[in-house]
Ligand binder design. Sequence first.
Ligand code: CMP
Length: 144
Amino acid sequence: MPDRTFVMVKPDGVQRGLVGEIVSRLEAKGLKLVAARFEKLPEQRVTEHYKEHLSKPFFPSMKEYIMSGPVFLMVWEGRNVAAIVRKVVGSTNPQEAAPGTIRGDFGIDIGRNVIHAADSPESAAREIGIHFKTTEVFDYKRID
Ligand code: CMP
C-alpha cells in the first residue's frame, strides 16, 4: 500500500478561497491527490477526528468552528507523504510557521489555522478511515 495522508482545508481556508492554492501547492510538490470531498462535518465525526483533544479547554470552540461551514477533505499519496505535507503546511501556530509554508503565508490565529494535516502515518490511516470509504480513494498513474 502506498504512503497516504489526510488533509483538510478548514472553514476559514474554504471561506477565504484558499482551496485551489492549497491543492496547487501539494500537486506542485509532486504529491498525488487520490480522494477529495467537500462537506459540512457532522458532530460525531469531528469528535472522533479530534478525540485526543476532547479534554482540552479549546475543544468546544474548536468543534463549533470546524462545524461552522464546509471543509474540503483530501487524501494525498506519495513517499513519506505525511512528513512532507506537515512541512508544506508549517507549524500549528501560524505565528510560528515559517514564511513559504501554508500556515506561515495565510494564517494568523492558532484556532483558525487554515488547514489540518495528519501528524504521522498512523494518524493518517485513522483519519482517512474516519472520513473516507475505501471506494472513494482512487488509484491512477500520475504523469510528471
Ligand atoms: P490541527 O492541526 O487541526 O490539530 C489540532 C487543532 O487544535 C490545531 O490544528 C489547532 O487548530 C487547534 N488548537 C491547538 N491549540 C489550540 C489553542 N491553544 N487554542 C485553540 N485551538 C488550538
